[in-house]
Ligand binder design. Structure first.
Ligand code: ATP
Ligand code: MG
Length: 344
């Protein structure tokens, strides 16, 4: 039996994790859950640490971890969130961030042109390097002469492995997105690795776009894309753009994967949303669709499809939260998906 670690986290994290766990339950996978309910901002505020060695010892043996969201306005920007997300990413070396985007219903598209609405693509984002590597520093900090630097780090091994993953999940094509014309050194390393990856996967169609052009194309004709592979920061930004094309952040799911060890962490793309936490209106679909990715990861693509079918049906009936134009609360929207699952 597989053990799935669960970190509900903060804000709307626990609110959306509850219906996601109900869906997981309904799938009848050969799995049990180990819920780490204390990995959150309260623990961090009390002890200065949210994720202990003991917690990591519980998570490490799990093939899958389900995370709600972490973040807290009392803790400001980065140190706390990094202490959980970055620790897990680096500890488990989850070098791929896999973000599928699909339009569940025409009504959710912001695009005017009907023939271009049906986005169904995947963003494969490098997850451990790039501008978010944490390498850098500042000097004369806080003065009018401050100089700050964040290093955009790329390694041959890091780039090659994420490119290989992108090719491995392509249905029709892979598009490399970079800014090699302006970011020269890393850009050329990515380009060299890209040519080598193309040689290793000669049967997959490929294309290349600079990130500015890719953003424009995505916002006008997202149907042109299958798999987009890119670095950490461009992937972050483009995946919010693609999420918006499919109904917004309330339906965007993601997987952090290490295809070599077979470990994965599954989470909604959204954060803890302090502005709506406690209101009971958070959309649970991103968390539920993260469960679909988790089921797929555990070899149950059939169950993943069942979940997606149930989500599509609930959306089609308008049984959704206010962000998607409905009037249901989190619990009711979760129950609507469960009801569709029972029908399927
Ligand atoms: P992070 O720094 O973790 O990316 P963020 O500050 O970008 O967090 P989010 O928590 O992702 O913020 O929220 C961004 C906006 O989207 C907020 O207005 C929030 O209320 C809304 N939002 C996020 N998740 C959901 C959801 N599941 N349902 C409805 N609205 C959501
Ligand atoms: Mg954000």
């Amino acid at each position: 039996m597989t053990t799935i670690a669960v970190i509900p986290g903060d804000g709307i994290g626990p609110e959306v994790t509850a219906p996601a766990l109900d869906v997981l339950d309904a799938l009848g996978l050969d799995a049990r859950t180990d819920v780490l309910g204390h990995v959150n901002a309260d623990t961090y505020l009390r002890t200065g640490r949210a994720l202990s060695e003991t917690d990591l010892d519980r998570i490490r043996p799990c093939r899958a971890t389900l995370l709600g969201a972490v973040g807290d306005p009392r803790l400001g920007d980065t140190a706390y969130v990094r202490s959980i997300l970055t620790t897990l990413r680096l500890e488990l070396d989850l070098y791929v961030n896999y973000r599928p985007v699909k339009l569940w219903h025409d009504r959710l598209s912001p695009l005017r042109e009907p023939s271009r609405r049906a986005v169904d693509c995947v963003i494969v984002r490098e997850n451990t390097e790039g501008l978010y590597s944490g390498v850098g520093g500042s000097t004369r900090t806080g003065t009018d002469h401050e100089i700050a630097m964040d290093v955009d780090l790329s390694t041959h091994q890091g780039v090659a492995r994420v490119l290989d993953f992108a090719f491995s999940v392509a249905r029709t094509s892979v598009c490399l997105v970079d800014k090699a014309n302006a970011v020269r050194n890393g850009g050329q390393l990515w380009q060299r690795c890209w040519r080598a990856a193309q040689d290793r996967h000669p049967h997959v169609a490929t294309s290349h776009l600079y990130v500015d052009a890719a953003a424009m194309r995505l916002a006008t004709d997202p149907t042109a894309f299958d798999v987009i592979v890119t670095n950490n920061s461009y992937g972050d930004i483009l995946s919010d753009l693609t999420a918006a094309l499919a109904g917004g952040i309330g339906v965007a799911a993601s997987a952090n994967l290490n295809p070599t060890t077979g470990q994965g962490l599954f989470e909604p793309v959204h954060g803890s949303a302090p502005d709506i936490a406690g209101a009971g209106t958070a959309n649970p679909l991103a968390a539920i669709l993260s469960v679909a990715l988790l089921a797929e990861h555990l070899g149950r693509a059939d169950q993943a499809e069942r979940v997606r079918g149930a989500v599509a049906a609930a959306v089609a009936r308008g049984h959704v939260t206010p962000d998607l134009g409905g009037s249901l609360g989190t619990k009711e929207a979760g129950a609507a998906v469960l009801a569709e699952l029972a029908r399927a």
